[in-house]
Structures are given as structure tokens and as C-alpha cells.
Design a protein around this ligand. Sequence first.
Ligand SMILES: [Zn+2]
Length: 301
Amino acid sequence: MSTSASLQKLSPHCRAYLQPPWGWCVNNAGVVVGSDRTLLIDTTATIDRTRAMRAELHAAGIGDPRYIVNTHFHGDHTFGNCVFDTAEVIGTSTTAREAGDAGLALCGLWPAVDWGEITLVAPSILVEDRLGMDLGGVEVELFDVGPAHTSSDLVVWVPRERVLFTGDVAWNGVTPFALMGSVDGSLAALQRLLELDPAVVVPGHGDVGGLEVLEQTRRYLLWCRDLAFEGRREGMSPLQVAQRAWSEGTVPELSEAERLVANLFRVYAELDGVPTGGRIDIREPFSQMSVLSGAPPLSHA
Ligand SMILES: [Zn+2]
């Protein structure tokens, strides 16, 4: 693990924990500090990374969180839950189920990563659709905008300070990834988030920004959807469509560009009748990402 992670103050009660240069399984987390309770938004992929985050929080005078929100089930956002053994974990019932189904499978994708001794801690406070919380002088709203990045995606909105923590519904400088959710669903979710008119957007991966983070994600997904429609009309496979865009140099300059083939795969699946955000076999698109870029996706977690 090498990390240049840092805690960044966003507003009187909100901070982001950023882990540049991001990449596969290297995410952002967030913190909302109330007068009597602290809410942590996601943890990190490994025990060492989460311990480093905890040390940064303590150095900033922030104690262990009373609550952790898991925005979705992916291990880079949830595996560190067990480091905070006094926190209660909040998530949707779908996220709780999907975290249980996925288990530690993510570790098998990147065996070279030092994940540490992870004990899975699933959400025990279950949110259906929406939850309002008062952390003591600061109100927070959680709502499920999925299916988007996965079949269920909680975002955290601090209305008084207009700070929005999107989880992996939005990305900055990093390729969006909707294989386990929905491109159409993501576009609908982004529309809802744009209507909140946030001043600060903390994406799941990539730097903090404003509305342009939501716009950038939306622009990419619209491009991707158009590309899928066009390729499908021409009888091409998702891999062929991605390879053509790759060779023509039209793929947006975002990191982890190989995700294109997986996103196209998702659009095709839904055009073929899979319900929005419905579960699909992800093995083939995962291996096609390696074909597209010429190497297996690399994680620096
Ligand atoms: Zn994710």
C-alpha cells in the first residue's frame, strides 16, 4: 500500500477523505461531524488503509464514528467497517443482502493486494428509500437513488451546507462503472442529484468538485449509451464497439478507460430484456476489460 490520502475540510461540518490517485478499489470516504455524533460515509478496501483513515480522523480531533453509511455493497467502500467496532452500519436492505452474497470475492480479483484480516460487517440499520438524521446541530438526509452504480445506491446530502456525498454514482477524472447497476438508472439518478443543486460534490473516486462532477459523469454515460445503441444496430458486440472507439481515439480521457466495455455490456443486457439494475453474470465483461486494454485491471489498494 502506498497512500497520499488526506482529510479535506469542505464546510463547517463536512470533510472528505481522499485517496489519490484512486483507481480500482481506491475510493473516497466522507465525514459529517455533529455536536454529539459523527457519521462516516464508507470505509476503504483494506484494513491498513482504514486504519490510516482512522488515524487521520483522530489527528483532526474527530473521534470514532457513531454511524457508518455504506453507500453500496462494494468492498472498497465496506471492508473497513470492522475497524470501527463501536459504530453501527447503515445501508439499504438490498446493500446488506448484496454484501452478504458477494462476501470477500473482491479479494480474489486482486490477490496481490494486502487486504488484511477483514471481518464482514453488514448494515444493521436498514434504510428503505430515505432516512433523515440529526447528528446534533447538523441534519443529514440519506436516500437511495439506485439502481445506478449498483442495484441500490445511497447518497448522503447535507442540505444546510449543500454538500453531497455520491458514493460511486458520480466520478471525477475516473471512468464511471455501471456494470452491476444500470446506465439508464445512473442517468436518472444523476438528474435527481443535479436538481439538489449541491455546492460541493464528493464522488466515490476522484477529486472533490461541484456540479461539473455530476455533469462529467452524465456526459460519459450518455456517450456510452449512444455508442451502445449505434453498435447494436450495426450488429456489433460490446467488445467490438469498445475496440472501435479505442482505436479511433474517441474514448474520453478518464482513468480506468477499460470500463467502457463493461458499461456497453450493461446497456446491451438491458436492451435484451434484463430489468434496470437486474443481476447479470459479470465474468465475461470483466475478462473483456483485459482484452480491451491488453492487461488485467490493476489495483493499487
Ligand atoms: Zn463501487
